[in-house]
Design a protein around this ligand. Structure first.
Ligand code: SAM
Length: 300
């Protein structure tokens, strides 16, 4: 009798997942993510379901009416649960797209943000083909790889203080077959380089969140490395050092481009004019109209 009940239960359970289609699991997941106020829940859930099933976007949409097997259903639910307890989707998937390119990511690196693409646009607009470029605080390597993928004849030195970040950057540089064009250096900003070395372009997305704001950030953002975000008391500790060092390491006519926190961008602009005195300083805004990147071009 007991085994009969057990079998009935099993067949009922089988029935439960037999009825589940990719569409129904996706929609159920979207509802759950919405309840946790996760914006873009439809896209995030699509990415999670696709990752569990190994589907491209078009395969996902063409297979929506298909039923899943038990293993697939468990896998999809596990990924959605991880998202619901606050793990960012790129860390669950292990990848994030930036500038149209896929990058491996883990908790060792900042998740590349779309607003940083402006830095890449501005770097590419300088057309420094054949020049020497430094990417300071490379993290996943997303800025260096994106620039190098559009300018095939330049050399980039990608720097990070975090060895774990450099490991991830190496993985990405290898994946995109750029080992011969991007060198990795473990350094505190530019301190590892010989005095006298000059860069034609220095790009950086430094840690710039003021300490008191950092402490109030969502738990989800605080899962990202502290070293990637916390910019000290006023958020400008690293930027101050970067400006002082860049002043002596930029070639004549060379430029520094760095991302800023919009709240302290005026002070960052003032500091740039003070610490790189022989330069033309420009503030660039992002698509939302927020000050996002400061450019200092050394005048000849
Ligand atoms: C905001 S993240 C930027 C990562 C990546 N470039 C991006 O845009 O996604 C800042 C990076 O700077 C690195 N960093 C922090 N302080 C540094 C320092 N003093 N010298 C070099 N790198 C540093 C962190 O490890 C982190 O990878």
């Amino acid at each position: 009798m007991a085994s009969l009940i057990g079998n009935n239960k099993l067949s009922l359970k089988n029935q439960e997942f037999k009825d589940q289609t990719i569409r129904s699991l996706w929609l159920k997941g979207v509802d759950q993510l919405k309840k946790y106020s996760i914006t873009d829940s439809a896209l995030e859930c699509e990415l999670l379901v696709r990752s569990a099933l190994g589907y491209t976007k078009s395969e996902f949409y063409s297979h929506l009416p298909d039923t899943v097997n038990e293993h697939e259903m468990i896998l999809i639910n596990q990924l959605i649960q991880r998202r619901l307890i606050g793990e960012p989707t790129p860390y669950i998937l292990g990848t994030k797209e930036f500038y149209g390119i896929d990058f491996n990511v883990s908790k060792d690196v900042l998740i590349p943000r779309p607003e940083t693409e402006l830095l890449v646009d501005l770097a590419l607009a300088q057309n420094k083909e054949g020049c020497l470029i430094a990417d300071i605080g490379t993290g996943s390597g997303c800025i260096a790889v994106s620039i190098a993928s559009h300018l095939p004849n330049l050399k980039i030195i990608a720097v990070d203080k975090s060895i774990d970040a450099l490991r991830m950057a190496r993985k990405n540089i290898m994946m995109h077959d750029m080992m011969d064009r991007i060198d990795l250096v473990n350094s505190d900003l530019l301190t590892a380089f010989k005095p006298g070395l000059k860069f034609d372009l220095i790009v950086s997305n430094p840690p710039y969140v003021p300490k008191d704001i950092y402490e109030t950030l969502d738990k989800e953002i605080q899962l990202e490395p502290t070293i990637a975000l916390n910019g000290g008391t006023d958020g400008l500790d690293i930027i101050r050092c970067l400006l002082q060092q860049a002043n002596t390491m930029l070639s004549d006519g060379g430029s520094l481009l760095f991302e800023v926190f919009s709240d302290n961008s005026n002070e960052a602009f003032r500091l740039t004019s003070e610490l790189i005195p022989m330069s033309r300083v420009t503030m660039h805004s992002d698509l939302l109209g927020l000050p996002r990147v400061i450019e200092a071009q050394k005048v000849l």
